[in-house]
Design a protein. Structure first.
Lengths: 757, 159
């Protein structure tokens, strides 16, 4: 008998049949009787005072059923860092001031989208434009316009991390490098734009269907903003067309649809246009990076000093977390004995920046891994070797911050070294660059201040042996419904088809913090495993009585067979015991409960994944164009629950992180994003997608369910850095600001001969 | 002023009255109720609304409904025969060629149109066949593997 029956199998996803037949109903597809359509009027100014909003003409338009402005709201400000009221800074429907091009000022509900659109043109908003600031380095100057009242120098959040004696350590270094990097923004570009259908009824209850990564957050934030009890707000997550970090804060579609529905007691649907999606939802945080790195001659890294200024845009959102995580992951995945980070997040009059897959770590990995290659070259040490010399190992403690348990970084380095050797003969102007990385399996920090467990699950066993799994986890495409069903089936000892998952519906599922920070497999997986174990134990009580076995025997269930662990042939059918157990409990169904909250696991996360990626590029020296040829990743994420899922995460991450490396960008003029369409936003399409290869390394994470840990975001971290290092290997130019566009490469190639002189 | 539109969708004839500016995707989704066809943009650049029009892959947001008058349209809902999935659908399931699933209908229809035109495409031709369709989740390679599996005859269509 193999160790696992379900885990590690190449299964079809549980949501697959509905998705490949077009039958899955997304929020985008929902139509309710008497439903109205909402459209949002947004600020054309980056910074302006609202003097007056006249909606009278719009209200008179035939087909318009309701118009709402900030005056109709409770005037509260919301934010996901609920623990810190000063960081709850977003009204969503602005009352006095707009702070970026796209800030909502009014919303209309009408019988159809065209009418709602027409009504927007009839709303008269009188603005007094204010001086605006678009760059964080400008925003922190004394004479910069103040974006939020009372926030001096527009500094929104600061973060300091330090251990060891950095200044003393630099004195002992043989080499010190100081370098600057600039990390660009990026659009999440989910295929389903932000959308919501809100339905407020006459009994005072609100139901919201929405494309979200965290239905519980949306429930709690909506309740707060609307003055409702949490229990009167039910948020349902239908299949969701991508998230990548953009969909776990309260957004304008959710809030505006809810406000309208409460005003007119009819369902209201709002779907953001692609242009709104690009300009008026949150985006990856751009960062200015200053790095000082000190090493001994033999490549031992003694000290690192990191200073970062991030472009916060107009509001806090999850940007404060990105500021923390970029500072922590700047130390990854190395054993710096001395480390100091100072991060500053500055408000600007641009679209707010926040979480995006990797959450600050793609930025830190690009900067850090670029600089590490420069240091290795200066010291005459091979890039793999310098990483091996300093790389984290199992049971390493990051002082004051984190405990690393499982860590397969060194095995990953070995595999990548082998891979590079195999591809020794490269065509001209080709190069292979590497980057090492790590990432967390869910955050420990609780700035949302939830009183609930971080994850929870309920398992209900019905009379026919079918299992209902209830969890607040949110499948946004990453496959958590399948992963969690597999964990449930494995623990309970049944088949995957015995499980029916009900997820992301706050009305029936226990609260879960949702799909962000790569938390579902470990955190929700643990909750599901415990719930399944609880239900299983209830069955085992009856089975033990029936089998009359000596109490010294352990019992378990595998493949629907309840048996003595040491004598598997001695057992009884799962189905029979389910029936008897329910009868024995006076007809009560069997319910197992489980929850998970990390305790005593440091400041960041209960577990970390590691990996090393090698990117091979070809550079066209005529045009400067970088072609990504092959991306090979040695990755460890503990026990692999769903191998198909890991492959998908890896290849998808390369599409997204490769795009961040050399083509995706959001240029602005006076705070206005210049390419708010898919035609103009360059991302990797099928023809540009490189060959991808995954070298899976076996590890076992003691804190994870069946030894599993994250495999979602970490894979986004290395690619931009690996591409930068590969471009240097290919043509000898070092590009320190993302994305590595043909223009930058060409300019650098032209400058190169001068540099050498 | 609404105009008459006659078309066949997945073998079913329809007669409707639509405004001249109505797009084909709107007729499919909003008038006929076939919501399997998605929309990810408004400028024909994402491919989520790809359907087959008289045998060709077409982005249904790129043409007016009235331009499809008399046409034979196939959408993702018509791929399976009853409960028997189309080989492409089975391959997509086995190769994990979708994640969030929002691009999937368009990907399937673009792939089907490609295979009808060229039953033995090379890998490069498969890439070209789906280049008009964006997938933000998978990185395309699993989709290419799935289509390749169908090309290789791993999945037989039930006759």
């Amino acid at each position: 008998m193999s160790k696992y029956s379900v885990i590690g199998q190449r299964v079809r996803r549980v949501d697959g049949p509905e998705k490949v037949t077009g039958n899955a109903k997304y929020t985008f597809d929902i139509v309710l009787p008497n439903m109205l359509y909402g459209k949002i009027l947004r600020s054309p100014h980056p910074h302006a005072r609202i003097l007056n909003i006249d909606t009278s003409k719009a209200e008179k338009l035939i087909g318009v059923k309701g118009v709402v402005t900030g005056k109709d709201t409770l005037g509260k400000k919301q934010g996901i860092w609920r623990r810190f009221p000063e960081l709850c800074d977003e009204e969503i429907l602005c009352r006095e001031k707009v702070r970026y091009v796209g800030d909502p000022v009014a919303v209309v509900a009408a019988v159809d989208e065209d009418t709602a659109e027409e009504a927007l043109d009839l709303i008269d908003v009188e603005y007094e434009p204010l001086p605006a600031v678009f760059d964080p380095l400008e925003a922190i100057k004394e004479d910069a316009p103040q974006i939020h009242d009372g926030v001096e120098l527009n500094i929104n959040v600061t973060r300091h991390i330090e251990w060891g004696d950095v200044d003393e350590a630099f004195k002992k270094c043989d080499r010190i490098r100081e370098d600057q990097f600039k990390c660009s923004s990026q659009a999440h570009m989910c295929m389903e734009t932000h959308d919501a259908v809100a339905s407020f009824d006459y009994s005072g209850k609100l139901t919201v269907w929405t494309s979200t990564q965290a239905s519980y957050y949306i429930q709690a934030l909506l309740a707060g903003m609307l003055g409702l009890r949490e229990g009167d707000v039910r948020v349902i997550k239908p299949p969701t067309g991508g998230g990548f970090g953009s969909k776990f804060e309260l957004d304008s579609a959710q809030f505006c649809a809810s406000v309208l529905s409460m005003k007119i007691c009819k369902p209201v649907k709002i779907v953001l246009s692609r242009e709104e999606e690009f300009t008026a939802t949150k985006r990856r945080t751009p960062m200015y990076y200053y790095l000082k790195l000190g090493a001994k001659k033999d490549g031992t890294l003694l000290a690192k000093e990191v200073r970062v200024i991030t472009d916060g845009g107009a509001y806090t959102g999850m940007g404060a977390t990105a500021l923390y995580l970029t500072g922590f992951f700047s130390s990854f995945p190395y054993k710096y004995p001395n480390y100091r980070y100072d991060g500053y997040r500055a408000y600007t009059n641009t679209a707010p920046t926040s979480a995006m897959r990797g959450f600050g770590a793609p930025q830190s990995t690009f900067a850090g891994e670029s600089q590490l290659d420069m240091m290795a070259e200066e010291l005459g040490i091979d890039p793999v070797e310098i990483r091996r010399k300093n790389g984290m190992t199992p049971d390493y403690v990051v002082p004051g911050q984190a405990f690393i348990q499982s860590c397969g970084l060194h095995e990953c380095l070995d595999k990548i070294e082998e891979h590079i050797k195999q591809r020794r003969k490269l065509p001209p102007n080709h190069g292979i660059g590497i980057a090492a990385y790590g990432f967390m399996s869910g955050g420990i920090f609780n700035w949302f201040d939830t009183p609930y467990a971080f994850s929870a699950a309920l398992v209900r066993i019905n009379i026919d042996g079918k299992v209902d799994l209830f969890t607040g986890a949110c499948d946004i495409g990453q496959g958590s419904d399948t992963t969690l069903s597999m964990i449930c089936a494995e623990e309970l000892g049944v088949k995957l088809e015995d499980i029916r998952i009900h997820a992301g519906d706050t009305g029936i599922c226990p609260a879960d913090l949702g799909a962000w920070g790569s938390r579902e497999t470990l955190m929700n997986g643990n909750a599901v495993k415990r719930a399944a174990a609880d239900a299983k134990n209830q069955l085992l009580e009856f089975a033990a009585a029936k089998l009359g076995a000596n109490i010294v025997y352990d019992m378990d269930i595998k493949d629907r067979w309840i048996h003595l662990v040491d004598r598997p042939e001695r057992g009884v059918s799962y189905f029979d015991i389910v029936k008897e157990a329910i009868r024995g409990k006076d007809g009560e169904v069997i319910i197992g409960r489980g929850h998970y909250t990390p305790h005593r696991k440091g400041m960041i996360s209960p577990a970390y994944s590691f990996g090393v990626q090698a990117a091979e590029v070809g550079v066209d020296t005529e045009t400067g164009k970088v072609k990504l040829v092959n991306v090979t990743t040695a990755h460890e994420s503990g026990t692999v629950i769903n191998p198909v899922g890991i492959e998908g995460q890896l290849e998808g991450a390369i599409m997204m992180a490769g795009g961040y490396g050399f083509c995706e960008d959001q240029p602005m003029d006076e705070g206005k994003i210049l390419n708010p369409s898919i035609a103009d936003y360059k991302l990797i399409r099928s023809l540009d997608m490189p060959e991808t290869k995954i070298l899976e390394i076996d590890t076992y994470e003691p804190e994870g369910p069946f030894g599993a840990k994250e495999a979602g975001e970490g894979l986004t971290n290395p690619t931009a850095g690996a591409i930068a290092n590969a471009v240097y290997k290919a043509v000898g130019v070092r590009i320190n600001n993302l994305p590595i566009t043909p223009e930058k490469v060409l300019r650098a190639l032209k400058e190169k001969p001068k540099q050498k002189k | 002023m609404k105009k008459e539109l006659k078309l066949t969708v997945n073998g079913q004839p329809y007669e409707l009255y639509v405004k001249p500016k109505t797009l084909l995707v709107q007729v499919l989704r909003d008038h006929i109720g076939l919501t399997g066809t998605k929309r990810g943009c408004s400028d024909s650049s994402c491919g989520a609304c790809t359907i087959m029009l008289n045998g060709m892959a077409v982005k249904s947001c790129s043409i007016l409904a009235l331009q499809a008058n008399g046409a034979e349209v196939h959408t993702v809902e018509g791929l399976a025969k009853g409960t028997e999935l189309h080989p492409l659908q089975k391959a997509f399931l086995d190769y994990g060629a979708y994640q969030c699933g929002f691009c999937t209908s368009g990907m399937l229809m673009a792939s089907r149109a490609l295979l009808e035109e060229n039953p033995k495409p090379t890998k490069e031709q498969i890439k070209e066949g789906i280049d008009g369709n964006i997938c933000r989740c998978t990185g395309y390679n699993s989709i290419i593997r799935a289509v390749t599996a169908v090309v290789k005859g791993e999945y037989k269509e039930e006759k």
